[in-house]
Write a protein that binds this ligand. Structure first.
Ligand SMILES: Nc1ncnc2c1ncn2[C@@H]1O[C@H](COP(=O)(O)OP(=O)(O)OP(=O)(O)O)[C@@H](O)[C@H]1O
Ligand SMILES: [Mg+2]
Length: 259
């Protein structure tokens, strides 16, 4: 791994030597990652590298077998998703997660089920509507009848109801047309501008890195490269191995030779 040069002062998340998997197979083989407050980090890598698994070990959907996950200086390794949600970690999975038969507005309100104060819910809805006007423009529309890109925007808006400190986004642009993809990446920048820290997993590696401050490349369960996203985008070796096409669908050359 090269080029970890973050100072420790503003660290929000620190993943150290995390080993994790499903059953007896280990998918993550000692993952190290550091995320600064207010940054967007884009995690890229070939299919099956373990990107989604990294997000699961942070949100608590999967407990690491070894290693630690430290959030705001506190060891949260193995804590449940509910505990982590209360702590401010929101996980938006790859699959669509709105209730299709409910209106946009009711989907948004569902995000507030842990919150007692109506005033707090209203304030957070106001913030969400400010960044994502669609939630008021289409408030009475059933979520299931929105386009994929519109649904993703409502999902992102809903994260704000939790007042998240860290948003884990798993492939938010997957399956979207170019215009919707652009809207989603703009929305991600909007969330960052509003002070949210984001760990983003993307198959659209170039677009993901372009929307990010930091980048990390995961390959066969290990973080191989981290650095400033703009620098990674310009790095010829990174481009050759990982950014060959706008959508990354193949493992890097080294693995292909081994096959
Ligand atoms: N629930 C599960 N049970 C068993 N194996 C799983 C499970 N989820 C993922 N895996 C396996 O773990 C490995 C890593 O999966 P993961 O979903 O983390 O990869 P990924 O980098 O997100 O891939 P993709 O780009 O395809 O989304 C894969 O081999 C996958 O088959
Ligand atoms: Mg995945």
């Amino acid at each position: 791994m090269k080029n970890i040069n973050l100072s420790n002062t503003d660290l929000l998340l620190k993943i150290t030597d995390v080993i994790a998997g499903y059953g007896s197979g280990m998918v993550l083989k000692g993952v190290n990652l550091e995320l600064k407050k207010g940054d967007v980090m884009c995690l890229i890598g070939p299919n099956g590298a373990g990107k989604s698994t990294v997000l699961k070990t942070v949100s608590g959907l999967l407990a690491p077998k070894e290693g630690t996950v430290v959030f705001e200086g506190q060891d949260i390794t193995g804590h449940t998703p509910k505990e982590n949600l209360r702590r401010g970690i929101v996980h938006v999975p790859q699959e669509r997660s709105l209730f299709p038969g409910m209106t946009v507005w009711d989907n948004l309100l569902m995000g507030g089920y842990l919150i007692r104060s109506r005033k707090v819910i209203q304030d957070r809805i106001d913030e969400a509507a400010h960044i994502f006007p669609i939630v008021t423009q289409r408030r009475n529309t059933h979520a299931g009848s929105l386009s994929g890109g519109e649904q993703k925007q409502v999902e992102l808006a809903r994260t704000l109801i939790f007042d998240p400190k860290l948003i884990l986004l798993d492939e938010p642009s997957i399956g979207l047309d170019p215009k919707s993809r652009r809207l989603v990446f703009e929305a991600i920048r909007g969330l960052a501008t509003a002070g949210r820290t984001i760990l983003l997993v993307e198959q659209n590696a170039r677009s993901g890195l372009a929307a990010a401050d930091q980048g990390a490349i995961l390959e066969t369960g290990l973080v191989r490269i981290t650095g400033v996203a703009a620098t990674l985008l310009e790095d010829p070796e990174v481009a050759r191995l990982y950014l060959g096409a706008s959508t990354m669908t193949r493992p890097p050359a080294k693995t292909q030779q081994e096959n």
